[in-house]
Design a binder for this molecule. Structure first.
Ligand code: ZN
Length: 227
C-alpha cells in the first residue's frame, strides 16, 4: 500500500497493530526472525559494545546515578542471598586480577586511613575480647618463635651478612629496625608437620619493613613477586 508520507504510514501502522491479532502475528514474526539470526545479532551486539565501550560506561554511570538507591538496595539483597557465591566470586576475581587488586587495596587503604584507624580503635577491643583464643594463639606463636630465635646473637648474624639486608641490599643497623627473618618461613615447615629450624642456618637479618613485605614467602618467591 503506497503512503503519501511518513506520518500516514505511522498512522496506518498504529491502527494496524492496535488489532490484537496483528500484534500477536508481528510478535511471532519478530521472534522467528530473532531465532533465525541469533548468532549474527549476538555478534553484532558484541561488536557494538566493544566499539562503544566508553559510551556504554558513561550510560551505565548515568543510569546508576539516577537509580542509585534502588540499585544499592537490590545489590545488597542479592549479596545477602548469595553470600557464599559472592565470597567465591570475589576470591576468584582477586586471584585473576592480582596486580590490580594489590594496587586497588593500597589506594583504598591510603584513602581510608583515618576511617580505618577509627574503626580499629572502636572495634579492635571488641574483636580482641570476642576472639581471645585466636589472639592468644597468635601471641603465643610469635612469642615462641621469638624465644626460639633468641639464642641467636643479632650482632653475629649482622656480621655474617656484612650488615646488608639480603632483601633490599641496603645497610642494616644493630637496633630495633633490624628483625630476624626466617629464610624458609615457619609455616612451610608447619605445613608438612616439621619443626622449623630457628638457628643461624635458617635466619637472616632484615629491615622490619623488608621482613614484613617478605612475610611467608621463600626468598625466591619474594624475589619474583617484586618483578
Ligand atoms: Zn631491607
Amino acid at each position: 500500500m503506497p503512503f503519501k508520507n511518513k506520518g500516514q504510514k505511522k498512522e496506518y501502522l498504529k491502527i494496524y497493530y492496535s488489532i490484537p491479532e496483528n500484534k500477536e502475528h508481528k510478535k511471532q514474526k519478530d521472534k522467528e526472525y530473532y531465532q533465525k539470526h541469533k548468532k549474527e545479532r549476538r555478534e553484532y551486539s558484541q561488536k557494538y559494545r566493544e566499539n562503544h565501550k566508553e559510551e556504554k560506561k558513561e550510560k551505565d554511570r548515568q543510569y546508576y546515578l539516577l537509580h542509585k538507591e534502588e540499585h544499592n538496595k537490590k545489590a545488597k539483597e542479592w549479596r545477602l542471598k548469595n553470600k557464599e557465591k559472592k565470597k567465591k566470586d570475589d576470591k576468584e576475581y582477586r586471584e585473576n586480577h592480582k596486580e590490580e587488586s594489590k594496587i586497588y587495596q593500597k589506594e583504598y587503604r591510603k584513602e581510608h586511613k583515618k576511617e580505618n584507624q577509627e574503626y580499629h580503635k572502636k572495634y579492635g577491643p571488641i574483636y580482641r575480647k570476642n576472639h581471645k583464643d585466636k589472639i592468644n594463639e597468635h601471641t603465643n606463636f610469635r612469642r615462641r618463635s621469638l624465644e626460639l630465635i633468641d639464642h641467636i646473637v643479632k650482632k653475629d648474624l649482622l656480621e655474617m651478612f656484612d650488615y646488608i639486608c639480603p632483601y633490599c641490599n641496603e645497610e642494616l643497623k644493630n637496633d630495633k629496625t633490624t628483625h630476624i627473618d626466617h629464610i624458609l618461613p615457619v609455616n612451610r615447615y608447619k605445613a608438612i608437620g616439621k619443626k622449623c629450624p630457628h638457628g643461624y642456618n635458617n635466619c637472616a637479618p632484615a629491615h622490619a619493613s623488608c621482613n614484613h613485605k617478605k612475610h611467608d614467602k621463600t626468598p625466591l618467591e619474594y624475589f619474583w613477586s617484586m618483578k
